[in-house]
Write a protein that binds this ligand. Structure first.
Ligand code: ATP
Ligand code: MG
Length: 166
């Protein structure tokens, strides 16, 4: 399926922007101007990006700027989301991708969730031959990036441990 990744990201961001309950959230986009159509499952990648934005909103402050971007590299594209939450403690960074795992601090007690979103998102990334990484430092927000290699397989480098600090 040929997918316009920027168009897809834009549509999902706009969906959140139109929600009246999210009036305090600003979205800052970093999208390249020219992105070729990519062989990606539009529904799945849309779901993955939705999950990351949903988390950024749920676990970040009600008033914040969420950065969302698409990056184009030689052998892969990526889509990333960065929020202004308290971030994720280092010792939790691998486990947040486990099914049903929720971090037992702060916001999680006030926020509903089943602990499946990131497990599904990771599954989608890997289904495209890619991976998901958690790339931000504790205390400066959370940043998740989904790498999507062209040709459906990450070449030239072995898969890093997910949850590794970038
Ligand atoms: P669901 O997505 O199924 O509704 P959930 O949001 O709890 O439930 P995940 O999306 O898998 O599940 O996230 C797992 C846990 O990781 C969350 O409960 C939360 O503790 C932590 N987490 C996820 N995203 C963020 C974020 N952007 N900032 C801080 N913590 C996060
Ligand atoms: Mg979630």
């Amino acid at each position: 399926e040929e997918t316009d990744l920027v168009g897809l990201a834009e549509a999902i961001v706009q969906g959140f922007e139109q929600r009246p309950d999210l009036a305090g959230i600003r979205f800052a986009r970093t999208f390249p101007e020219q992105v070729p159509a990519l062989p990606l499952d539009r529904g799945a990648i849309g779901q993955a990006l939705f999950n990351l934005l949903d988390n950024a909103i749920k676990y970040g402050p009600a008033t914040q700027t969420i950065e969302v971007g698409v990056r184009l590299e030689e052998t892969r594209a990526s889509v990333w989301v960065k929020d202004q939450s308290g971030g994720i403690p280092v010792h939790e960074r691998e486990r947040v991708f486990d099914r049903f795992h929720r971090v037992h601090t702060g916001a999680v007690h006030q926020v509903r969730g089943s602990g499946l979103g990131l497990a599904i998102t990771k599954h989608i990334a890997e289904g495209h031959g890619g991976r998901i990484a958690l790339t931000c430092e504790e205390g400066v927000g959370s940043c998740f990036e989904i790498y999507l290699p062209f040709g459906g397989k990450e070449r030239g480098c072995r898969a890093e441990k997910t949850g590794a600090v970038g």
